[in-house]
Design a protein around this ligand. Structure first.
Ligand code: SAM
Ligand code: DTB
Ligand code: SF4
Length: 338
């Protein structure tokens, strides 16, 4: 039960997906409560620090310059603008601040500013996360030296399906950046997007990639595609919501000590569907009116949902890997601030 495995076989994962729903959720909940307090939830906020006109062609993304979504290119924000947004998030009880840029990779000339953002947000007592595209080894080392806690870099889907959604980079490019991030001592936030027209075998392929890494990602964002007008995936058939819940449950079982984030897509979900995702083992969300460029679930609705479910916010110290000592965890209740 307390074992964290890195040798998952496709056949076993297929069998998990095929379990009766009640059995799958029971197994996921059993694992979840061994590693975490199942009533606690980690809360992150997102800020787009550089929006639009990205040179990559990701079919899902409203920020790709290849798609006409009406988003113009904006400059990299000033450090003070970022700090203000982080302070507001902290006052709303957020423990991790995630900053995203529509870049293929950061230019070295922008790194001084990025480093200042990391230092100043850390100084507010928040965990920092950046998602800036591909990094080289030296850039990863610089970000860590500035104090960066997490780097988000998603594999997004299976290696087999990847070429259908992105052609301007390879799966191996993503894996290389993830390796540099790990080697630099930064915690890894890595997950994917479901509902892009992939098949179950691709969802399994993604989960196998994540769960068979030498070290599991510390955070695993599971995004439900936000279907944005002007992107090639705007009219793709919607994923069965129960298949989405199943995928969360299987992610929880395969990566029991990681935070599994119910990430993009909550705006289109009912409270009841989100509740099923929490029951399946999701224990992290993005909180705030906006994701990067699209609307997120409303904060007042989230506060009310957490209150109805009696869910408590995790303290930053408990947001790392699950400890299997849930009794020792302390909490800040929703709305109490920092
Ligand atoms: N440019 C960097 C990169 O691609 O790594 C960082 C920003 S990018 C917007 C971060 C992640 O957002 C992507 O890896 C993808 O998983 C997610 N994402 C982008 N568009 C999305 C959408 N329409 N629905 C769900 N997730 C999306
Ligand atoms: C992640 O996995 N999801 C977030 C974050 N990491 C950077 C981004 C979601 C973006 C959704 C589309 C948008 O708002 O532009
Ligand atoms: Fe650019 Fe990231 Fe969007 Fe791809 S997902 S187009 S790399 S911002």
């Amino acid at each position: 039960m307390g074992k964290v495995r890195h040798d998952w076989q496709r056949r076993e994962v297929e069998e998990l997906f095929q379990l009766p729903f009640s059995e799958l959720l029971f197994r996921a909940q059993t694992v979840h409560r061994f590693f975490f307090d199942p009533a606690s939830i980690q809360v992150s906020s997102l800020l787009s620090i550089k929006t639009g006109s990205c040179p990559e062609d990701c079919a899902y993304c409203p920020q790709s310059a290849y798609h006409d979504t009406g988003l113009g290119e904006e400059d990299l924000l000033e450090v003070q603008q970022v700090v203000e947004a982080a302070r507001t998030a902290r006052e709303a009880g957020v423990s991790r601040f995630c900053m995203g840029a529509a870049w293929r990779n950061p230019a070295d000339r922008d790194l001084d500013k990025i480093e200042a953002m990391i230092r100043e947000v850390n100084a507010l007592g928040m965990e920092t996360c950046m998602t800036l595209g591909m990094l080289d080894r030296e850039q990863a080392v610089r970000l860590r030296a500035a104090g960066l806690d997490y780097y988000n870099h998603n594999l997004d889907t299976s290696p087999e399906f990847y070429g259908t959604v992105v052609t301007t980079r390879t799966y191996q490019d993503r894996l290389d950046t993830l390796r540099y991030v790990r080697e630099a001592g930064i915690k890894v936030c890595c997950g994917g997007i479901l509902g892009m027209g992939e098949q179950r075998k691709d969802r399994i392929g993604l989960l196998l990639q994540l769960a068979n890494m030498e070290q599991h990602p510390d955070s695993v964002p599971v995004n439900l595609l936000v279907q944005v007008e002007g992107t090639p995936l705007e009219s793709i058939e919607r994923l069965d919501p129960l298949e989405f819940v199943r995928s969360i449950a299987v992610a929880r079982i395969m990566m029991p000590a990681s935070l599994v984030r119910l990430s993009a897509g909550r705006e289109s979900m009912s409270d009841e569907l989100q509740t099923l995702c929490f029951l399946a083992g999701a224990n992290s969300v993005f909180y705030g009116e906006k994701l990067l460029t699209t609307p997120n679930a409303a904060t007042c609705g989230d506060d009310e949902l957490f209150r109805r479910l009696r869910m408590r916010r995790m303290e930053p110290a408990d947001c790392g890997r699950g400890t299997a000592t849930s009794g020792a965890i302390s909490y800040r209740r929703c709305g109490e601030g920092s």
